[in-house]
Design a protein around this ligand. Structure first.
Ligand SMILES: Nc1ncnc2c1ncn2[C@@H]1O[C@H](COP(=O)(O)OP(=O)(O)OP(=O)(O)O)[C@@H](O)[C@H]1O
Length: 184
């Protein structure tokens, strides 16, 4: 089973990569869904603060690779030859996936703070109404989980500073490359 991981700062374009993969027929497992599910079960609204607190709780109880370990059986259950996993936040998670899936490939998505902040303003998800300070705080929280170290371990890096069309073309080409875990 080939597993492709996506890592990037908040609003760098990871969700767009998932959409492109689905269009190519590659199933996508979103690590954040495990957190959203648990926040919902706890009867809490899916705010940035609640999602962050639940992630922190799982990591402190089960270890820094907790969400990866919760996600591995979900990936395996797809029984697909290629699966994309969205939501990697730390180097411990990368290590867990690399250990379980020898053909694991990590793709890093990179966008500047200004670009990410401008795109968030247009997205309108329930946890998106952020000031620049709040986005900085979200960045800091995720960097604290080892996001920078995970990005540094990427096998491929895509800079997402241009148009969506340019990004889509670059990601499609990458996902179709056999060396990147692609389908051909
Ligand atoms: N190149 C681009 N041009 C214009 N808009 C873009 C581009 N890339 C992504 N976007 C938009 O920016 C927003 C953030 O992207 P996306 O949701 O994919 O980020 P993310 O990394 O999944 O974010 P998060 O970490 O918060 O889940 C989305 O509305 C997306 O459609």
């Amino acid at each position: 089973m080939k597993v492709i991981g996506i890592v990037g700062m908040p609003a760098s374009g990871k969700g767009e990569v998932s959409r492109i993969a689905r269009d190519l027929g590659i199933p996508v497992v979103v690590m954040g869904d495990a957190i959203r599910e648990r926040v919902k079960k706890a009867g809490l609204p899916p705010t940035d603060a609640n999602l962050g607190a639940m992630s922190g709780k799982l990591r402190s109880e089960l270890g820094m690779d907790a969400i990866a370990r919760i996600t591995i059986p979900v990936i395996e259950a797809t029984t697909a030859p290629v699966v994309l996993v969205d939501g990697i936040r730390g180097d411990y998670e990368v290590a867990a996936f690399r250990e379980r899936f020898p053909e694991f490939t990590l793709i890093g998505i990179v966008s500047s703070f200004e670009t990410r902040y401008a795109r968030l303003a247009n997205r309108g998800r329930s946890d998106d109404s952020l000031t620049a300070e709040e986005l900085r705080a979200r960045d800091e929280r995720e960097l604290g989980w080892g996001l920078g170290r995970a990005l540094a371990q990427a096998d491929y890096t895509v800079v997402n500073e241009g148009t969506l069309e340019e990004f889509v073309a670059e990601v499609r080409a990458l996902l179709c490359r056999p060396a990147a875990g692609g389908r051909e």
